[in-house]
Write a protein that binds this ligand. Structure first.
Ligand SMILES: Cc1ncc(COP(=O)(O)O)c(C=O)c1O
Length: 396
C-alpha cells in the first residue's frame, strides 16, 4: 500500500514542534520552564460566561447536534459587535458564519474556494494556517512580505505581473502573528482598491482585534466602503475572552465567500456544542470590562518584558498590538539561527520561545515571545536570560 499521501507529502516538518518536544521533556524532568512559546492565554474567561456554559449544559435538550453555521442569536451578537466596534453593518443570515475557532474557519474556507494549482498570496513570516490551510487544499503559495511598507505593494504588483496562473486570493493578518505589526485604515483602503482592480479576494485574519496597546484601536478591513465586495474577515474569541480551548470564531463579510464556507462546513461539521455557543453569546452581549482589563494587563506585561529583557542585554521593540513580541536575536548570538537559539534558551535559561523560522524563511533571525506568563515570571525569565548571556561571553 502506498504511504505516499499527496497532502502529507506537501507538509514540511513542523519546526516549532522541536522546541515544544524539548519543553515537554524538560518539564517531565521536573524543570520549571517559563513558557513564552505558545499564544495560549493564561487568564480565565469571564465568570458569567463559564456560568452560562454550565447553566445551558444542565438542560436536557442542549446536547444534540447544533447548527453548523452557528445559532441565530450568536450570529446576531457578532453583528452587534461589528456595528458597535467598527460601525459595520452585517446581515447575520448571509454575511456571518460561526466557526470552530478561526483556524478551522480559515482551513474550511481554503477547502471551499481553492482549486488545485490556484495561486494564493500569503505573508512570510505568517501564522502557519495562512499558508498550510491553502497548501492542504491544493494551492500554490506565492509569498509576500509581512511588513506593510512600500516593499509590500511592490511585491503585490510583481506577483500579479509575473505569476501564472494569476493569484486568486490574498491573505492579510494585522495585528500580525508573529510580527505584531499593525496597519491603519489607509492601508486597507489601498488594499481594497488594489483587490478590485486585480480581481483578487482578500481574506483578513483579525484574531487580535481587541489586543491593542497605547490607546490605538485595531481597525477592520470591512470599515472600508465596498470592502464586502472582495473581503472576508475572521475574528476569534480565543484571545479576546481567553477562550482558546472553546474553539469559537467567526467569518464575516462577502456573501459569496460566506456562502461557500457555510456550504462546505455543512458537510464537515454540526457546529460547536450548543452550550458553548450560548456562552459565546453571553460573552459578546455581556459586560466588556474584562476585555479592557486584560488589554491593560497584557500591556503592563509588555512594558515589564521590554524593560527587564532590555536590562538583561536583549533589546526588544515594544509590540503595538497582539500578545507577542517579535524579538531580533541579540547580535552576538545571531549566527546561531533562531532554532538553535530557542533550544539553547530553553536548556540554559529555562525559557521557551518560538523560533522565527517556524513561521517561514523570512522569520529567521527572530524569535516570537508570547506574553502569557505573569510579570514576576517575566522578570525571572530576564534574570535567567542575563545569566545565560553572560556565560556566552556577552558583556551584560
Ligand atoms: C493570527 C491568528 N489567527 C488565528 C488563530 C487561531 O485562533 P482560533 O483559536 O480562533 O482558532 C491564531 C491563534 O493563535 C492566530 O494567532
Amino acid at each position: 500500500m502506498s504511504q505516499d499521501f499527496y497532502r502529507i507529502k506537501r507538509l514540511p516538518p513542523y519546526v516549532i514542534a522541536e522546541v515544544n518536544d524539548m519543553r515537554a521533556a524538560a518539564r517531565r524532568a521536573g524543570r520549571d520552564i517559563i513558557d513564552l512559546g505558545m499564544g495560549n492565554p493564561d487568564l480565565p474567561p469571564p465568570q458569567h460566561v463559564i456560568d452560562k456554559l454550565c447553566e445551558v449544559a444542565r438542560k436536557g435538550d442542549a446536547h444534540g447536534y447544533s447548527q453548523s453555521k452557528g445559532i441565530p442569536g450568536l450570529r446576531r451578537a457578532q453583528a452587534n459587535y461589528y456595528a458597535k466596534r467598527f460601525n459595520v453593518e452585517l446581515d447575520p443570515e448571509r454575511e456571518i458564519v460561526v466557526t470552530m475557532g478561526s483556524k478551522e474557519g480559515l482551513a474550511s474556507l481554503a477547502t471551499a474556494v481553492t482549486a488545485p494549482g490556484d495561486v494564493v498570496l500569503a505573508p512570510n513570516p505568517s501564522y502557519p494556517i495562512h499558508t498550510f490551510g491553502f497548501i492542504i487544499a491544493g494551492a500554490t503559495i506565492r509569498e509576500v512580505p509581512t511588513t506593510p511598507d512600500e516593499r509590500y505593494w511592490k511585491a503585490l504588483e510583481s506577483a500579479m505581473r509575473h505569476t501564472v496562473p494569476r493569484p486568486t486570493m490574498l491573505i492579510v493578518n494585522y495585528p500580525s502573528n508573529p510580527t505584531a505589526e499593525t496597519v491603519d485604515l489607509a492601508f486597507y483602503e489601498r488594499l481594497v482598491a488594489w483587490a478590485k482592480e486585480n480581481n483578487v479576494w482578500i481574506v483578513s485574519d483579525l484574531a487580535y482585534s481587541e489586543l491593542y496597546y497605547d490607546g490605538k484601536p485595531t481597525r477592520s478591513i470591512l470599515e472600508v466602503p465596498g470592502a464586502k465586495d472582495v473581503a472576508v474577515e475572521f475574528t476569534s474569541m480565543s484571545k479576546t475572552y481567553s477562550m482558546a480551548g472553546w474553539r469559537m470564531g467567526f467569518a464575516v463579510g462577502n456573501r459569496e465567500l460566506i456562502a461557500a464556507l457555510t456550504r462546505v462546513k455543512s458537510y464537515l461539521d454540526y457546529g460547536a456544542f450548543t452550550p458553548i455557543q450560548a456562552a459565546a453569546c453571553a460573552a459578546l452581549n455581556g459586560p466588556q470590562d474584562i476585555v479592557e482589563k486584560n488589554r491593560n494587563l497584557y500591556q503592563a506585561r509588555r512594558d515589564v518584558m521590554v524593560e527587564a529583557f532590555g536590562r538583561a542585554g536583549w533589546e526588544i521593540p515594544p509590540p503595538p498590538a497582539s500578545m507577542f513580541a517579535w524579538a531580533p536575536l541579540p547580535p552576538a548570538l545571531r549566527e546561531m539561527g533562531s532554532l538553535e537559539f530557542s533550544k539553547q534558551l530553553l536548556t540554559h535559561a529555562e525559557v521557551a520561545v518560538a523560533p522565527g523560522v517556524g513561521y517561514g524563511e523570512q522569520g529567521e533571525g527572530f524569535v516570537r515571545i508570547a506574553m502569557v506568563e505573569n510579570e514576576q515570571r517575566l522578570r525571572q525569565a530576564a534574570r535567567n536570560i542575563k545569566r545565560w548571556f553572560r556565560s556566552m561571553g556577552m558583556n551584560v
